[in-house]
Design a binder for this molecule. Sequence first.
Ligand SMILES: Cc1cc2nc3c(=O)[nH]c(=O)nc-3n(C[C@H](O)[C@H](O)[C@H](O)COP(=O)(O)O)c2cc1C
Length: 187
Amino acid sequence: MNLNEIIKNRRATPPKFMAKKEVDKELILNLLENANWAPNHKNTEPWRFIVFQEESKQKLAKSAFALLEEKYNQGEEINMQKAVKFRDNLIHVPVAMAIVMQRDSAERIPEWEEIAAVSMAVQNMWLTATDLGLGAFWTTPPFLLHIQSLLELKPKQKLLGFFFVGHIAMEYPSPGRGPVFEKVDWK
Ligand SMILES: Cc1cc2nc3c(=O)[nH]c(=O)nc-3n(C[C@H](O)[C@H](O)[C@H](O)COP(=O)(O)O)c2cc1C
């Protein structure tokens, strides 16, 4: 595939459409290496990833669900249907990476720029996954702040969601895109 094809073939592959088959470490390292080459302002390199697989992933699924259930029972507004789905997705997918933004210690640039740089790192991984024949999915459930407390993040780090990766069991249809000319003004 050339770059145009990779971009257009990249799909958000929902966990249910991923095969229950481990992903070779070499492939995961390829995704991470390319993530590390994303553009970023003032060379802050703000992307951090925590890779969960097998036992650590099952443990996270269990502890995340237990925490959400506890918060719900304490009266916090937590969508337990989404909590069940999140747990089941974590159990099912071969690889779950926490996507973490590390804010520059001196906060020299606005937070949104760091988030933008992390997003570009994720897109690098997503395009690489497409090239390698892997499916990927960025999930941002509403209870990320609660889950963040389980990840032992360092100061000035923020959880931006999870990136699920797996071999594709079944192709997920593309929602397509509206025409680009509706989104561009030429002056
Ligand atoms: C920052 C970000 C967060 C996302 N969060 C979710 C999510 O929580 N749940 C979900 O179903 N899809 C999520 N997606 C994936 C989009 O739903 C998906 O990209 C969109 O449906 C278009 O499909 P495509 O990527 O296959 O073209 C997210 C995408 C981005 C960029």
